[in-house]
Design a protein. Structure first.
Length: 405
C-alpha cells in the first residue's frame, strides 16, 4: 500500500463530508427560519448564501472529521481563508445589508479575542488590532524567510493576512462588525437529528422519517441546482411544500418512490446472473444497461421499505408472487411454442419476454400499493427475481443457467 494512501483517503473523505456539510447546513438554516420569503443557495457567493428579511447572510463553513475538532484561534487557517473569501466578495456586497457567518464544529478558547464574534453587539476594536498584529507577523515572517533564502512559512493563510492588512483600518472594523462566528456547531452526522427536532407541528413518531426523506429530497435539489437543472436558490415555500407532502404520505401510509430520479453509484456491480440471463437471449447493450439501473432502484427501494417498516417484507414477498404468476403465463406459453424452434428463434422469443417486463408489465400489472405509479419497481423486481432464478427469459433458462451455478 502506498504510504500516502491513508492521508489521501482522509483528505477525500474530509472534502466529501465538507460538501455534505454545506448542503445539510443550508437545509438546517432554512428549516429554522420563520421568514416566508427566505431562500438559500449553495456555492454561490460563499459556501451557503441565505436571503431573508431584506438581508443577505453569508455562511463560510468549516467542518472537521476529527473526534476532537481543532479549536478556532487567530492562528487558525480557517480564519484567514475565510477572511480572504469575504474580502474578495466585498465588491459584490452591500455590507450594511449583509451578515457574514463563520460556522465551525470546533470551539473558541475562552481567552481568545475571537470570542467577541459570538456576540452581535460586542465591540470589535480590540479584535481588529489583534488580527492586524497577527497578519503583520505572518507577512514579516515570510519577508524574513525570503531574505534568508529559507522556505516560506504560512502559505496556508498568507493570502487572507495580506488581504486583511490591505484594507483600511475602518474597512477592517466594518467587515468584522458584520461578522459572526458560530462555534460548536453540529457535525454533518448530527444535523439530520437536529433538523427533526425543529418539526414541532409534526407528530413525534414521524419526525425522524420526515427529516430523513427531507434530506434526501434536499440533496437532489442541491445537485440539480449545481448542475443547472433548476433555479440556483431553494425557497422556504418549496421546503414547506415538501415537508407537507412527506407528512401527508406518512399519515396515509403511502409508499413513496424514493429512487425515481436516483441512479446507481458509478462503482455498482450487479450480480453476474443478471447479465447472464440477458446474454442468454442475446439482449443488446441497452437491455443490459437499463436492467442494471432498474434492478438497483428496485433493490434499494425494497431494502428501504423493509428497514423502515418490517411489515413490508410480507407485502414485498406477496407482490413478488404476483409478478411471478404473470410472468409464468407468458413463459409457459413461450416454452410450448418454442418446442420445435431452433436456438436463434428461442433467443428471440426470450428477448421479447425480457422487453415485456420493461415496456408493458409496469402498465398492465396492478401496482404494489394504491397510488404507486413508479415503473422502476416492477421492472427492477423482475431483475431481482431473475438473479435468483425465480423467473427467466429463455425458454430453457433453468436448465442452462442452473448448470452454470
Amino acid at each position: 500500500m502506498d504510504e500516502d494512501e491513508p492521508s489521501v483517503k482522509h483528505a477525500a473523505e474530509g472534502s466529501a463530508l465538507g460538501f455534505l456539510y454545506q448542503s445539510f447546513y443550508a437545509l438546517r438554516t432554512l428549516v429554522t427560519l420563520t421568514t416566508d420569503d427566505a431562500a438559500v443557495g449553495v456555492e454561490r457567493l460563499d459556501d451557503v448564501e441565505l436571503k431573508a428579511d431584506g438581508q443577505t447572510l453569508i455562511y463560510q463553513l468549516k467542518h472537521s472529521i476529527s473526534t476532537k475538532p481543532p479549536a478556532i484561534t487567530l492562528k487558525s487557517r480557517p480564519i484567514w481563508r475565510t477572511m480572504k473569501v469575504w474580502i474578495d466578495a466585498l465588491p459584490t456586497l452591500t455590507l450594511a445589508e449583509t451578515k457574514l457567518h463563520l460556522v465551525a464544529v470546533g470551539a473558541i478558547p475562552v481567552n481568545s479575542p475571537l470570542v467577541v464574534l459570538t456576540d452581535d453587539n460586542a465591540d470589535r476594536a480590540d479584535l481588529v488590532a489583534a488580527m492586524t498584529a497577527e497578519a503583520e507577523r505572518v507577512l514579516e515572517a515570510r519577508a524574513a524567510a525570503t531574505k534568508a533564502g529559507k522556505p516560506l512559512p504560512y502559505s496556508d493563510r498568507v493570502d487572507g493576512c495580506r488581504a486583511f492588512v490591505t484594507l483600511a483600518e475602518t474597512e477592517r472594523l466594518n467587515l468584522l462588525r458584520r461578522a459572526v462566528i458560530r462555534p460548536n456547531s453540529p457535525t454533518v452526522a448530527e444535523i439530520e437529528k437536529e433538523i427533526a427536532q425543529h418539526f414541532h407541528l409534526v407528530l413525534p413518531e414521524y419526525r425522524a422519517a420526515v427529516a430523513k426523506r427531507l434530506v434526501e429530497w434536499w440533496d437532489r435539489q442541491i445537485v440539480y441546482s449545481l448542475s443547472g437543472n433548476r433555479d440556483r436558490v431553494i425557497t422556504r415555500a418549496e421546503l414547506q411544500s415538501q415537508i407537507m407532502a412527506i407528512v401527508a404520505d406518512l399519515e396515509q401510509d403511502k409508499l413513496v418512490p424514493d429512487f425515481l430520479t436516483v441512479v446507481p453509484p458509478d462503482n455498482y456491480q450487479p450480480d453476474g446472473m443478471l447479465a447472464r440471463q440477458i446474454a442468454l437471449v442475446k439482449g443488446k447493450s441497452f437491455d443490459l444497461k437499463r436492467a442494471i439501473r432498474q434492478e438497483w432502484q428496485a433493490r434499494e427501494q425494497r431494502g428501504r421499505w423493509a428497514t423502515d417498516n418490517p411489515a413490508m417484507k410480507t407485502k414485498i414477498s406477496d407482490y413478488d408472487q404476483v409478478l411471478r404468476e404473470e410472468w409464468s403465463y407468458l413463459h409457459e406459453e413461450m416454452v410450448e411454442a418454442c418446442v420445435e424452434f431452433e436456438a436463434e428463434r428461442k433467443c428471440a422469443s426470450g428477448l421479447e419476454l425480457l422487453r415485456w417486463t420493461h415496456n408493458e408489465a409496469p402498465n398492465k400489472l396492478p401496482p404494489i400499493a394504491q397510488g404507486w405509479s413508479a415503473p422502476y419497481y416492477v421492472r427492477g423486481s423482475y431483475q431481482v427475481l431473475a438473479i435468483n432464478l425465480k423467473v427467466g427469459w429463455h425458454p430453457e433458462y433453468e436448465t442452462m443457467l442452473g448448470e452454470d451455478e
